[in-house]
Design a protein around this ligand. Structure first.
Ligand code: CP3
Length: 345
């Protein structure tokens, strides 16, 4: 890492050091809200795009060029490592990940073999090209967390209530722990591939873990999350942990070992800082739907996020979840400038 990269506002905020302005990036900043994304994706299937280095580089760079955000997020998907080890799945437009044969027994779990760097050489190639092109702008690598991946694998697709997932967790804890064990190894392996190739931070998306009560989180999920963060500790790069609907879990998410805890829009950041506790930076948390309202509303609410975020030991401005596809890119451009200008004063 060059000194300029080490000293970038995003990495400084993650380390809870003073910053010249609050850094900002947006979850799902690369994707369907951008006309230039739709143009280059064309009819290329999502998972083909995720395995094509030229497309990965171009799509990852698009929001950096357009908005001047403080970090790039690697263009991929949480199911990419599962597909790379041979699980038959696809991303269906308008639906999400769909798994051909849901995993609900020991034979299914046995199909989840460890990931090797050679399984995802296109990721290594794209990360290398990106870090060269990005210079002092950090690249965030990411992976899905075991609970969220388990939900897709067990349900066979997106789920509202995670019924089969919880049925296994409560009813067959032996199978559940065996599954989480394997997913933990795959997740650490996939994040290490990205870090080894040059990613300067990693984010663990446990998007759907808010479905779990705190005691169950502690018993069935947290041991694996903790092991993932421990398995990355020697890399010396910031580890970010994000989930949706995690208000009741924020203390445990803080304990699980991330350097930065991502907060959805439901808990104000000053209150989140209290729940997460000392020694962690926060990331978040403007409601993505705010961007569909007139600019004055965005400005007012973004200023509130900045005011509350200032109560945390470090703050990375973001949305409380991903950019909605119908978002006007001009709103995100204005928001980026607003965060930079307001926080620099
Ligand atoms: O800009 C970025 O943030 C990087 C790209 C990114 C994608 N998926 C690209 C994508 C990231 C970080 C993800 C992670 C991801 N994928 C998560 C965790 C983040 C979150 O939103 O909670 C989850 C749960 C998934 C699973 C998934 N993949 C869903 C729910 C969908 C949407 C399905 C749909 O069409 O509504 C996808 C597909 C997907 N992943 C798209 C993109 C750009 C859309 C595919 C397309 O453009 O055709």
């Amino acid at each position: 890492m060059t000194p300029e990269l080490v000293d970038s506002p995003f990495l400084r905020a993650c380390r809870r050091q003073p910053v010249p302005h609050t850094p900002v990036w947006f979850m799902r900043q690369a994707g369907r809200s951008l006309p230039e994304y739709r143009a280059v994706r064309g009819t290329v299937p999502m998972l083909t795009a995720c395995a094509t280095p030229d497309l990965i580089v171009e799509i990852t760079m698009q929001p950096v060029r357009r908005y001047g955000v403080d970090a790039a997020i690697f263009f991929s998907d949480i199911v990419v490592p599962l597909r790379a080890i041979g699980i038959d799945l696809d991303i269906v437009p308008g639906v999400g990940p769909v798994v051909a044969e849901p995993i609900r027994d020991a034979e299914g779990i046995a199909r989840l073999r460890p990931i090797e760097p050679g399984d995802v050489s296109y990721v290594t190639e794209a990360v290398r090209a990106l870090t060269a092109e990005l210079g002092a702008t950090p690249l965030i690598g990411f992976a899905g967390a075991p609970f969220t991946l388990a939900s897709y694998l067990i349900e066979g697709g997106p789920s509202k209530n995670h019924d089969h997932t919880k049925a296994m967790m409560y009813g067959r804890p032996d199978l559940w722990h065996a599954l989480m064990e394997r997913l933990t190894g795959i997740t650490v392996g996939f994040l290490r591939v990205q870090a080894d190739a040059g990613a300067s931070a990693v984010q663990l998306f446990d998007s759907w873990v808010g479905a779990v009560a705190p005691d169950d989180y502690r018993e069935f999920v947290m041991p694996y999350t903790t092991r993932i963060f421990e398995g990355l500790a020697d890399l010396g790069i910031p580890r970010i942990h994000f989930g949706v609907g995690t208000g009741e879990l924020l203390g445990l998410l803080g304990e699980a070992g991330a350097d930065v805890v991502g907060v959805d829009w439901r808990v104000p950041l000053d209150e989140a800082a209290r729940r997460v506790g000392p020694g962690r930076a926060l990331q978040g948390n403007l409601d993505p739907a705010t961007l569909l309202a007139p600019w004055e509303v965005v400005e007012h609410r973004a200023a509130d996020v900045l005011r509350r975020g200032a109560k945390a030991e470090g703050h990375v401005f973001n949305l409380g979840h991903g950019v909605l596809p119908s978002t006007d890119p001009d709103q995100l451009a204005r928001l980026t400038d607003f965060v930079h200008e307001t926080s620099a004063r």
